[in-house]
Ligand binder design. Structure first.
Ligand SMILES: Nc1nc2c(ncn2[C@@H]2O[C@H](COP(=O)(O)OP(=O)(O)O)[C@@H](O)[C@H]2O)c(=O)[nH]1
Ligand SMILES: [Mg+2]
Length: 170
C-alpha cells in the first residue's frame, strides 16, 4: 500500500460532443496506444492518472479525470454533467477540429453554469484530430485552443501540462 500524505490530487471534468475523441485521448495516455474501437462512453467514467502514466517529475501529482458521455440529450440538457462537476479543479472542453460544429458544445448552458458556479477552476480548450487539419479547419479554431492528436501524439500532454502548471507555478 502506498501512503502519501503529500499527494496532490486534481479532479478534471472532460466534456465535449460525442465522437470528438475524449475516450481515445485518455486511452492513449493510459495505455500508450491509439485504439479505433473503443466502446461509446455511457454516463461518466473515472480514471486515475499518475506519474506512472505520465512523467510529472513530481511523483505526488495525480489527476482524476472524469470522461463524460457526449450524448447531449441525456447529459448536457438535464441533470447531466453538472452532477459530476462537484469539487472539480479543472474543466477540459474538447472538440473535433474536423467538425467545427462541435465547438458549440462549449457554450451549452450546462457548461456555462459549471464555469460560473466554479469560478476558480482552470478551463482548457482543446481540439482533437489535429492529424487531419487543413486550412479551412484551422480558421475555425477558437482563440486559445490547444490542437492535439491522439493518433500522431501531437500535443498529447499539453492540456494536462497546462493544468499542472496552473497549480504549481505561482
Ligand atoms: N484521426 C483521428 N481520429 C481520432 C483521434 N481521436 C479520436 N479519433 C477517432 O474518433 C472516434 C471517436 O472517438 P471517441 O474517443 O470514442 O470519442 P468520444 O465520444 O469523445 O469519447 C474514434 O473512431 C476514434 O478513433 C485523433 O486524434 N485522430
Ligand atoms: Mg467516450
Amino acid at each position: 500500500m502506498e501512503h502519501n500524505t503529500s499527494a496532490i490530487n486534481k479532479k478534471i471534468l472532460l466534456v465535449g460532443a460525442e465522437g470528438v475523441g475524449k475516450s481515445t485521448w485518455i486511452n492513449r495516455i493510459l495505455n500508450g496506444e491509439f485504439k479505433r474501437d473503443l466502446y461509446p462512453t455511457i454516463g461518466a467514467e473515472g480514471y486515475i492518472l499518475n506519474h506512472k502514466q505520465y512523467d510529472y517529475q513530481d511523483e505526488n501529482f495525480r489527476f482524476y479525470i472524469i470522461d463524460c458521455s457526449g450524448s447531449d440529450d441525456v447529459f448536457y440538457k438535464g441533470l447531466g454533467i453538472k452532477g459530476y462537476a462537484r469539487s472539480i479543479d479543472a474543466l477540459i472542453l474538447m472538440a473535433d477540429v474536423t467538425k467545427p460544429d462541435t465547438y458549440k458544445y462549449w457554450s451549452l448552458t450546462a457548461v456555462k453554469e459549471i464555469i460560473i458556479e466554479n469560478p476558480d477552476i482552470v478551463v482548457i480548450k482543446c481540439a482533437t484530430k489535429g492529424d487531419r487539419i487543413n486550412q479551412t479547419y484551422k480558421k475555425k479554431i477558437p482563440d486559445g485552443t490547444i490542437l492535439i492528436s491522439s493518433k500522431s501524439n501531437y500535443n498529447l500532454y499539453k492540456p494536462l501540462d497546462q493544468i499542472r502548471d496552473a497549480f504549481t507555478k505561482g
